[in-house]
Design a protein around this ligand. Structure first.
Ligand code: ADP
Ligand code: MG
Length: 706
């Protein structure tokens, strides 16, 4: 029997199967991360050029980047006055005038063979005037062979792609055109027609076609400002599949069985009445929301978000009481030993009213101490355990783990909180963070969590004064610090410690501590850094907390969580080396008591533009949300979140900052769909389910098999 092999093209088909793509081109395309047909389709134009309506040469505006079209009249090599080199010039003309294209660096042989008098060329670059003549140096050029019939390169709005050595516009356009021709009719559009209608979204293949090769009369403005329907469709898809995955995960989670804990009757009110202050409204609301979750027979998955110093620890402890009252264990995981130590102390003090056994697990414990502790934990003799990453080691077992709390959650990966959760039978989970992410980001990053937001600060806090100062003001600063210390206040001096130059930085910090000891002779100055033993760190923090140390010179080990309300001064050396959120976290160590607090950013040298913006933002804004917004603008969402923590797939088209409206629309459609069809089992949802699987392939397993 005779059989015919037909290569049917799908989005996963390797790019080599596209007409005109041989091994050499495939290799070049790989450099642009294009391996498959789908990668090619998502290789979107960097910009577009209107090659349907050119400005005549006479109308090109000097000082602006312009695109125009003309015929080559003359090619010449012009000697330079003071050098032996020659300049290459090509004169182009249209019916309105002439313009000179100039090269100072070029390959003469290549240029002289490539360009000939009489050729039609499209050129682009910044127009200048030199000796009454319009010119462009080092323009982008394209030879147009055929100006009559409509082509990919002329007589239309033309896509401009990002190039690489050996892979230029015309080739990329030709390949993309072939990709579109060969693949488009094989697509099924997974998005239900109602959704497309509601949001005015074009069909998928039409969108790909349009975004690469826009139709005649398409508005160039829409293409350039990112609001073209074709782009909106692709952005919507990215958000929709993400949100659909999250919605399914959520619906799956509500099927899980957990342990319901009716709210604490006695413990909670006893603790609250022992406090020297009232809970803030934010704390009260958050606590209520958590208690509602704990009562339910499905496990809680909640994020407690509140700026640095808003009092998240207390909310966590109060909610833990409910679980403890019902004889289940609680685990609190934090990113640093110093913070674990601090939380352990706080817990021991606050919970001394009750008969609760609290323990601390860190990685530098002695072997026999550790095994005794693990034994007690397993037998249920420990009720509340605080620890670092040490908690997620395999041999850590619980008797009845009912509640997992993760503090400074942004410091952990998604997997780590899951590992800890798995040590119990679907325990309730509360994660806490001060990283204030704007709402749109929260919707995606924490799309599978419920969010409690505390927007207020405990009463009586005074706004921190922040000032960028310079080296020459150092002595003045010392005088100020001495005065404050004499009033009984304490100060931090922070040194950056960058991994690559750790040794030098550590030496700097050590020298700084020595230097300050010589200056602050009537006060106690100590150094704290991550390389010290757990014992050493513990003693220093204890002495600082007990006001025996006035000035703590430290690396960023104190960046998160540390709470010493009597310290009112934060000096950051080399602040330009820190990111914005890091500076905000550092500043959050002060302003925790009722005294006036001061943050000084000691800028040493001419900083980059970006670091100037960061320092200025610190002076201007106290709110973590404002800081985060600036940070997000400076760094973009990927960097801002760090992919590790977010567990999010990257977006190829969508922009989390500017495409908010589409994100919200996609989210509501996705959640709506899952609420009506929780397994996506309706026949009309099958293409979607398939697309979803494809979308999440190697990412997170959001969908149950089957
Ligand atoms: P964060 O949210 O940054 O983790 P903490 O939990 O460390 O903040 O709390 C900061 C400080 O505020 C602590 O010293 C804590 O005792 C205090 N605090 C917490 N709640 C209140 C409140 N309602 N009124 C006054 N002080 C509070
Ligand atoms: Mg905290």
């Amino acid at each position: 029997m005779l059989s015919v092999v037909i290569h049917s093209i799908s989005s996963n088909t390797p790019i080599q199967y596209i007409k005109g793509v041989g091994p050499a081109l495939a290799e070049l395309l790989r450099r642009k991360d294009i391996y498959t047909v789908q990668d090619a389709l998502y290789f979107l134009p960097r910009t577009y050029e209107d090659r349907e309506h050119f400005k005549p040469i006479a109308q090109l505006t000097p000082g602006q980047a312009e695109t125009s079209f003309g015929t080559i009249r003359r090619i010449a090599l012009v000697p330079m006055k003071l050098q032996r080199k020659k300049i290459l010039t090509i004169a182009v003309a249209d019916s309105s005038g002439t313009l000179l294209l100039k090269w100072f660096h070029y390959n003469p042989k290549y240029m002289m063979t490539r360009f000939k008098v009489g050729m039609h060329i499209v050129f682009r670059g910044e127009v200048k005037i030199f000796k009454y003549q319009k010119e462009i140096t080092h323009p982008d050029l394209e030879v147009i062979e055929d100006t009559h019939s409509t082509s990919l390169h002329f007589g239309r709005i033309v896509p401009v792609y990002s190039e690489t050595e050996g892979l230029y516009q015309k080739t990329i356009r030709r390949i993309l055109n072939n990709v579109l021709l060969q693949s488009l009719n094989t697509f099924t559009d997974p998005l239900p027609p109602e959704i497309k209608e509601r949001h005015h979204l074009p069909d998928l293949s039409q969108s790909f076609q349009e975004i690469h090769f826009p139709k005649h009369k398409t508005s160039l403005d829409l293409l350039l400002n990112g609001t073209h329907p074709a782009r909106r469709r692709l952005v919507f898809d990215e958000f929709f599949f993400l949100e659909l995955g999250l919605a399914l995960k959520r619906s799956q989670m509500t099927q899980e069985k957990g342990i319901p804990f009716p709210s604490s009757q006695t413990f909670k009110s006893q603790l609250i009445s022992s406090l020297p202050f009232e809970l803030t409204p934010g704390q009260k609301t958050a606590l209520l929301e958590i208690e509602e979750d704990l009562k339910r027979p499905t496990p809680m998955n909640r994020l407690l978000q509140g700026d640095v110093g808003s009092g998240k620890t207390l909310v966590a402890i109060l909610s833990a009481l409910t679980v403890l009252e019902h004889h289940h264990q609680v685990a609190l995981m934090v990113p640093t030993e110093i913070l674990a130590e601090q939380h352990f102390k706080t817990l021991t003090t606050l919970l001394s009213l009750f008969n609760i056994k609290i323990s601390l697990l860190t990685s530098d414990m002695k072997k026999n101490e550790r095994s005794l502790l693990l034994d007690n934990l397993k037998k249920g003799e420990i009720n509340f355990i605080v620890g670092t990453h040490a908690l997620i080691q395999e041999d850590v077992e619980f008797f009845k783990l009912g509640f997992v709390i993760v503090d400074e959650q942004h410091r952990f990966g998604v997997e780590q909180r899951l590992v800890l959760k798995q040590k119990g039978f679907n325990p309730h989970l509360l994660v806490m963070t001060a990283t204030p992410i704007p709402r749109t980001l929260a919707l995606t990053v924490y799309g599978d969590l419920d969010i409690s937001l505390m927007q207020d600060m405990p009463k009586g806090r005074k706004p921190i004064k922040t000032k960028v100062i310079h080296e020459r003001q150092r002595l003045q600063l010392y005088d100020f610090m001495k005065k404050e210390c004499a009033k009984g206040r304490q100060a931090y001096v922070i040194y950056p410690l960058i991994e690559e130059s750790e040794k030098i930085d550590l030496k700097d910090a050590t020298q700084m501590a020595e230097h300050l000891k010589n200056i602050f002779t009537s006060f106690r100055v100590e150094l704290l850094h991550g390389k010290m033993s757990g014992e050493e760190k513990k003693h220093i923090m204890e002495d600082f907390k007990n006001k025996k140390i006035h000035l703590l010179v430290s690396t960023t080990v104190i960046e998160v969580g540390i709470d010493v309300p009597n310290s009112t001064i934060m000096v950051v050396e080399h602040p330009e080396r820190f990111g914005l959120s890091q500076l905000h976290q550092l500043r959050g160590r002060i302003g925790r008591g009722s005294e006036m607090s001061y943050c000084f950013l000691l800028s040493q040298y001419a900083a980059t533009e970006e670091s100037k913006i960061r320092l200025k933002a610190m002076e201007e804004h106290l709110s973590g949300f404002k800081i985060a917004e600036v940070d997000l603008k400076l760094r973009g969402p990927g960097e801002f979140l760090g992919t590790r923590q977010s567990g999010l797939p990257g977006f190829r088209v969508a922009n989390l900052i500017t495409d908010t409206e589409l994100l919200i629309a996609a989210r509501s459609e996705a959640f709506n769909m899952v609420s009506k069809d929780p397994q996506l089992s309706l026949p009309q949802h099958q293409p979607l389910k398939e697309a979803l699987r494809h979308h999440w392939q190697h990412k997170i397993n959001f969908i149950n098999a089957g």
